[in-house]
Design a protein around this ligand. Structure first.
Ligand code: SF4
Length: 219
């Protein structure tokens, strides 16, 4: 009987220690997340902060194993302070529904947190200034798989200078922390391309999404 009681006490001690550890991890994550939000809101590291209505940080499930990274906020995102809420956001929802996911079930952010005027492509200087925040987001969310949307996102996540989609498509990558990376096209590329190009991009995105689903199932 004494042995059973002793084992029970040891077990409860273990649970207590484990529970405390989980709490500490949670506290650290909340603290890091709050500090990150403050740092982004205060940031003036590039000229883009001047004209924005809202900084756009991230949305969705920060506990998800899947993180989607786009390029930069557009007009609607800038107005609402939420990524992928315009037409590209509708297309992204459609893409995710194709493999049984939704925008709420994954974590979504952009490389740039401020909208470039007239939706211009991010410059190398802007990307380099804002990349620190993306890296901090990845450390907080700790995804198992990152899907990059568009060449600027692939380049920023993989720290590779190439802005050519063909250097990323149909390849397997990992970040320095061992997170798997799948690169696909930005939803806007499906929306605004035409004819045969549109069909090719659609097919590629469908293949990449199936790959994402398969990889997520293997985790
Ligand atoms: S785009 Fe990024 S680096 Fe530039 S001001 Fe906005 S938050 Fe700062």
């Amino acid at each position: 009987m004494d042995k059973i009681v002793e084992n029970l006490i040891n077990y409860l001690e273990f649970e207590k220690r484990h529970y405390r550890k989980e709490l500490c991890v949670l506290e650290t994550l909340v603290r890091d997340d709050t500090r990150l939000n403050e740092d982004i809101h205060e940031c003036r590291k590039c000229e883009l902060y001047i004209n924005v209505k809202n900084k756009v940080i991230g949305s969705g499930d920060s506990n998800s194993d899947i993180m989607l990274v786009g390029e930069a906020p557009g007009e609607e995102e800038d107005k609402r302070g939420i990524p992928f809420v315009g037409k590209a956001g509708e297309k992204l929802e459609e893409m995710l529904n194709f493999i049984g996911l939704t925008k709420e079930s994954v974590y979504i952010c952009n490389v740039l947190k401020c909208r470039p005027p007239h939706n211009a492509d991010p410059t190398a200087e802007q990307e380099s200034a804002c990349r620190e925040f993306l890296i901090r987001q990845i450390k907080i969310v700790k995804p198992k798989i990152i899907m990059t949307l568009g060449r600027h996102a692939a380049s920023a996540v993989l720290k590779n200078d190439s802005k050519n989609m063909y250097d990323y498509i149909n390849k397997e990558f990992q970040t320095d922390d061992g997170i798997k990376v799948i690169a696909t096209y930005h939803p806007a590329a499906i929306l605004y391309s035409k004819g045969e190009t549109k069909n090719k991009i659609r097919k590629q995105v469908a293949d990449d999404l199936k790959r994402l689903k398969k990889m997520a199932g293997e985790q």
